[in-house]
Design a protein around this ligand. Structure first.
Ligand code: F6R
Length: 266
């Protein structure tokens, strides 16, 4: 796990946006795994800026979002479809039909989840998966106790997740209780994973994810099993890491590792 600790949330956001831009430059037809939530808003704003500046194009890329609330149709103001249209899709050049989210209003949500999983596999799986981090350690809507090999399915949201997401709704009681989410097994099939977390509220979850045991109690800890994960944090989110000094030694200022060959004394 590569742990990059940045001085400010803005720098952490820039770092993540740059990773995406670089990946699309190297492989324009990358299948992206995308996330929603407060953390991603600034990342998408930077990607739009990069697109407008001619530094990135999405015209050959495809995307699958992690999750969607059950019961919300795509045009509902609080659906993740709408979030993605407003914050990214309507402002960049993804091709028609290249962006996918599960349908929250599907008549048969279980069948919808299974079809979504098949569609991801048919696309060759995710090339670059973007993740946020729940304060309770969730990734996607894989709440604590999720199977570490789970596939896309229906999950019941915890009270704390509903409370955290209530800020996007007029009335806290309107936050749906169920969601369709990619599973942890689905996420772990991605070729490369980038997780972004900032703020004190993520510090405990970040420490459990990076340094705790691999456990369903902290679903994000499953990322320890993946061979290409970059965790990008700001100072506050990194504040409970026991090995923080080591991560900062390897990646000063959240930058690339400095690898200088050993020079034996003459
Ligand atoms: C959203 C998602 C969630 C969020 C997480 C953090 O698609 O999958 O796992 O990334 O809840 O949310 P914020 O960024 O709002 O703190």
């Amino acid at each position: 796990m590569k742990v990059l600790i940045h001085q400010t949330p803005e720098r952490a956001v820039r770092c993540v946006a740059d990773i995406l831009v670089k990946r699309l430059d190297l492989q324009p037809d990358t299948v992206l795994g995308l996330a929603t939530g407060g953390t991603m808003e600034a990342v998408y704003a930077r990607l739009i800026k990069a697109y407008r500046g001619g530094h990135v194009s999405f015209d050959r890329a495809r995307s699958f979002n992690l999750d969607e609330y059950i019961g919300l149709p795509p045009d509902h103001p609080c659906s993740y479809w709408r979030y993605m249209e407003d914050r990214l899709f309507d402002h960049v050049d993804f091709g028609a039909g290249a962006t996918c989210l599960p349908r929250g209003d599907a008549a048969d949500p279980e069948a919808e989840a299974a079809a979504y999983e098949r569609a991801i596999a048919r696309s060759g799986d995710i090339g670059l998966q973007l993740l946020g981090l729940g304060a309770n350690g969730h990734i996607g809507f894989n709440e604590p106790s999720s199977s570490l090999s789970s596939l896309t399915r229906i999950k019941t949201l915890t009270r704390s997740t509903r409370a955290a997401n209530a800020r996007f709704f007029d009335d806290p009681d309107d936050v749906p209780r169920l969601a369709i989410t990619m599973g942890i097994g689905t996420i772990l099939r991605a070729e490369e994973i980038v997780l972004l977390g900032f703020g004190e509220g993520k510090a405990e979850a970040a420490a459990a994810m990076i340094e705790g045991p691999v456990s369903a109690s902290c679903p994000a800890s499953a990322l320890q099993l993946h061979d290409k994960v970059t965790v990008v944090l700001d100072q506050a989110a990194a504040s409970r890491l026991k090995l923080r000094e080591y991560y900062e030694l390897v990646h000063p200022g959240g930058g690339d590792a400095v690898i200088t060959p050993f020079q034996p004394a003459a």
